[in-house]
Design a protein around this ligand. Structure first.
Ligand SMILES: Cc1ncc(COP(=O)(O)O)c(C=O)c1O
Length: 415
């Protein structure tokens, strides 16, 4: 049983809901510390996907039960995502993944942009929230300005933000949490300034939504993007787009796509079985909380996840910090972070290290720059294979954190 310190979090009950956790590797239970690359999937999602496929799927607009049921199911998924992000169901669009959705949105917005307009991106972001905007800027002859990252603090440097976001800025693209080093960015501040200058704000919340409550309204984001496979669900991308922006957005039109929101962004037949798996993933988070409304349950469910994950993350961070040869890449203590712990170990490449973690200790951790490439290049870590990234999820335990710490010590002892 989990003991005090993990805040009474029902981790055993949680684990029961994730069948993949029964997997063993080299005769030991596998430890999944690769959550930021994609979490394991909750049973409710698996059942809903299988149930949709087994129960009779259909395309939309048919006058028969499977088609009606498909439409109802999609509408339920929109409502669940609207609740999760503090948006309206009509503002929620689905797509293959965050990157593809972001591209469709950037193409559509760029149709109304002109030479001389400006875009702002950041050095800390995943390239999925940089490159679609760079492409738009190239196509339209726009200037791109960057919000720099402070390489010592691993936070965005907002000192000259007033000069970066100008009256000519059309959109600011910023990540809510860094999938590379876990830093949670002050998006509300950046968005407040962007709004005062008349710019739109696109928030990449992919690495945030698995870990804490993301309120679209509080963030002031016009476009908020996430991916359900990072929060215990299926491989489906999700965009929440503020109604006034969405109504005027001009996605490339094909005859089968309607003119109305949110469907106009969903070109082609969607991944119905995947979308069927979204609501149970949201319900899993709400199920960890309490309260009389779905919103209250989600907020308190996230609070429980945060307390549990942060407890384990601190345990790992404080142990790694004391190990000779280990270099942690973390923002200062007072800066809020996700439970994502990136580091390098002297004398071994991240790739070799992660391979030994899997083969000798049955612990799954990933290596690389995770497409937070601008940051990794700026820090110079790409020259030595990127980071080793241990990312926690609600189903991880204190015992697994202990196994991880012992495994790192074990490898260090052989170097
Ligand atoms: C912060 C962040 N943004 C964007 C993405 C891209 O998401 P997707 O795989 O859904 O395109 C990822 C994926 O790792 C991510 O971590």
């Amino acid at each position: 049983m989990e003991k005090k310190g993990s805040h009474g979090f029902p981790v055993r009950d949680v684990r029961e809901q994730f069948p993949a956790l029964r997997r063993r590797y080299h005769h030991r239970p596998a430890v999944y510390f690769d959550g930021p690359g994609g979490s394991q999937v909750v049973q409710g999602t698996i059942d809903a996907i299988a149930g949709y496929l087994a129960g009779g799927g259909a395309n939309l607009h048919g006058q028969f039960p499977t088609s009606h049921e498909t439409e109802e199911m999609i509408s339920g998924a929109r409502s669940a995502m609207a609740e999760l992000l503090g948006a309206k169901p009509s503002e929620i669009a689905f797509g293959p993944n965050m990157t593809t959705l972001n591209f469709s949105i950037s193409r559509a917005l760029a149709r109304d942009w002109r030479q001389g307009d400006e875009l702002v991106v950041t050095e800390i972001d995943h390239r999925a929230n940089v490159d679609p905007w760079l492409a738009a800027a190239e196509d339209r002859g726009m200037k791109v300005r960057w919000i720099r990252v402070d390489p010592e603090r691993l936070t965005l440097d907002l000192d000259d933000i007033e000069a970066v976001i100008t009256e000519r800025t059309r959109l600011v693209a910023v990540g809510l949490a860094s999938n590379g080093v876990g830093t949670i960015n002050d998006v509300a501040r950046i968005a407040g300034l962007a709004k005062s200058r008349g710019a739109l704000v696109a928030v990449d919340a992919v690495h945030a939504v698995p870990h804490f409550y993301v309120d679209r309204g509080l963030l002031n984001g016009d476009i908020v993007l996430c991916s359900a496979y990072k929060f215990f669900g299926p491989h489906v991308g999700v965009a929440a787009i503020r109604e006034e922006v969405f109504e005027t957005l001009r996605p490339y039109k094909v005859l089968p796509s309607p003119k109305y929101i949110p469907d106009k962004l969903e070109t082609g037949t969607q991944n119905h079985e995947g979308i069927a798996g979204i609501k149970p993933a949201v319900e899993f988070i709400a199920g960890l909380g309490s309260g009389s409304t779905p919103r209250e349950k989600l907020i308190s469910g996230y609070a429980a996840i945060e307390a549990h994950e942060n407890y384990l993350a601190e345990m790992i961070r404080s142990n790694l910090a004391g190990m000779p040869g280990v270099r942690l890449y973390q923002a200062p203590t007072h800066v809020k972070k996700t439970p994502t712990i990136s580091f390098q170990v002297e004398g071994i490449t991240p790739r070799q290290f992660c391979s030994r973690m899997a083969e000798e200790y049955s612990i799954f951790v990933a290596d690389g720059d995770f497409y937070a490439s601008t940051l990794a290049d700026k820090l110079g870590v790409n020259q030595s294979g990127g980071w080793i990234r241990a990312g926690l999820a609600p189903y991880n335990t204190e015992e697994e954190a202990g196994r991880f710490i012992e495994a790192v010590k074990g490898i260090l002892a052989t170097l």
